[in-house]
Design a protein around this ligand. Structure first.
Ligand code: GLN
Length: 478
């Protein structure tokens, strides 16, 4: 019966059929695994948890039969390779942690498990989440499901592809500068970066701690709302998680945007925006207008500083976070080493890839005593200005609508020689991480070549509900 399963169907629509003899979680789980096998060339998974997933599926079917099923019973979740699952590897797409196994569950994993979800496998990613194309993985690139010669975006490319190609119902990623929203946009699915502090980061391997958030990929905004309701909330194990009530995000999906005030930041619609993307974004604006939303132009004057500020601060934090991988405590140790210093140098030189080394060097430089004030200190101050820009416009409008990325999925190798070009892929997404606000990528449609274009909604701190509500209206048209 597995061939009858539509593996792109959102949880919200298949859940009512579970547990009534109509459809079993076991069949559906087998269908996801079969799809992952059939499309192995996409390289979305680093490991499939075949046996665990099958066993959890049977347990979910039993729970559904006896009426004890949790809110996410049988939901198949793919997990980015930097979130801890007890007893599983979490290599962060890196040789240095290739054999590292987690000894505990991340808080989000524990919450999903308790709600009845099951885990399909761990997904490929740019090494330590540094990248925009998934070409920085130590385990080979991930490929775009519609055209394997193209990239799926990054750094959570494996998670995006797992959902877009029907290998899981939803997926977890991490978003430090756009790594959930940009691949969601390039792959034509929904992706949320929650407010900084909305989800616990306990068990998420740090890249840049003041930017990182765990995000959610799904085939519908309602599915994101469902997962967010379960995973959000304060966690005593993460002091940066916010002690704020968790609303019922599904109840917020009213299907109406009547009177919603949406701002269009003029700096995001400059000439840098490709024509194909612009057309789709404008169509999305027209549709929301027809549905009753009210648009106005707003200005975020410090937008031009977002990329430089992000690459100063994120690399500084990364150089500090990644200092712990020294060959002594975690992961890879060079077999050649014959003295302590030599062990550090060799283990890190052999264990890390080129992009990670570039970031560590840049970050160490901006933190060095002679340059700290000129670069790091100044970037911190500009970060505040960027945040203040958002706070000001959110006095005038309820949310913002922007493109996700300047273009659609590009060809493998197209930007690898020029890091600056690659970094510009994040030009519309990094601001949300600098300001700590939530951002949602919603499929807007396709360009003339048939490649997906994502539309980004940005909201006030802790107002994911408005984004999901508007996204739910928008996705009906794509
Ligand atoms: N592409 C950005 C970078 O390379 C963002 C990565 C992310 O969000 N993890 O840093």
């Amino acid at each position: 019966m597995t061939s009858a399963v539509d593996t792109r169907e959102p949880y919200e629509s298949y859940r009512p059929r579970l547990g009534r003899g109509g459809e079993s979680v076991a069949d559906r789980t087998a269908a996801y695994l079969a799809m992952a096998d059939r499309r192995k060339e996409l390289n979305a998974f680093l490991e499939l948890f075949r046996e665990d997933a099958a066993a959890s599926a049977l347990a979910a079917d039993a729970a559904l039969a006896d009426g004890t099923a949790g809110p996410l019973a049988g939901m198949a979740v793919a997990v980015k390779d930097l979130i801890a699952i007890k007893g599983k590897r979490a290599s962060c797409g890196s040789h240095i942690l290739e054999r590292f196994e987690s000894v505990y569950d991340a808080t989000v994993i524990a919450k999903l498990r308790k709600a009845g979800a099951l885990f399909i496998g761990r997904t490929n990613m740019d090494e330590f989440a540094m990248g925009s194309s998934n070409e920085n993985s130590a385990f080979g690139p991930v490929r775009h499901p519609l055209d394997p010669e193209r990239v799926p975006g990054g750094s959570s490319g494996g998670s995006a592809v797992a959902v877009a190609a029907g290998m899981a119902t939803v997926a977890l990623g991490s978003d430090t500068g756009g790594s959930v929203r940009q691949p969601a946009g390039l792959c034509g699915i929904a992706g949320l970066k929650p407010t900084y502090g909305r989800l616990s980061r306990y068990g998420l391997t740090a890249f840049a701690s003041s930017f990182d958030q765990i995000g959610i990929f799904a085939n519908s905004c309602t599915d994101i709302a469902t997962v967010l309701s379960v995973t959000a909330g304060h966690d005593p194990l993460d002091t940066t998680s916010a002690d704020m009530p968790v609303p019922d995000y599904r109840a917020a999906m009213t299907g109406s945007v009547k009177g919603l005030r949406i701002g269009l930041p003029k700096e995001y619609f400059s000439d840098a925006l490709g024509a194909g993307v612009r057309t789709v974004v404008e169509r999305s604006i027209a549709r929301l207008k027809e549905a009753g939303a009210v648009f106005s132009e707003v200005s975020l004057p410090n937008t031009e500083y977002t990329i430089p500020v992000y690459y100063i601060l994120a690399t500084a934090e990364a150089s500090s976070n990644l200092a712990r991988f020294d060959g002594a405590r975690f992961g890879y140790r060079s077999p050649e080493a014959n003295a302590l210093n030599d062990m550090y140098v060799r283990s890190r030189s052999e264990g890390f890839g080129a992009e990670v080394k570039r970031r560590i060097m840049l970050g160490t430089y901006v933190l060095s005593s002679g340059y700290y004030d000129a670069y790091y200190g100044k970037a911190q101050r500009v970060r505040r200005l960027i945040r203040d820009d958002f706070l000001r416009v959110f006095g005038q409008v309820d949310c913002l609508l922007t493109p996700i990325a300047p273009g659609t999925a590009f060809r493998l190798g197209e930007k690898t020689e020029d890091p600056m070009q690659m970094y510009l892929s994040d030009i519309y997404t990094v601001s949300a991480n600098l300001a700590g606000i939530p951002g949602l990528s919603v499929p807007g449609g396709t360009d003339a070549a048939g490649l997906p274009v994502g539309v980004q909604l940005l909201g006030r701190h802790f107002d994911e509900a408005t984004l999901l509500r508007a996204g739910g209206v928008l996705e009906r048209f794509s």
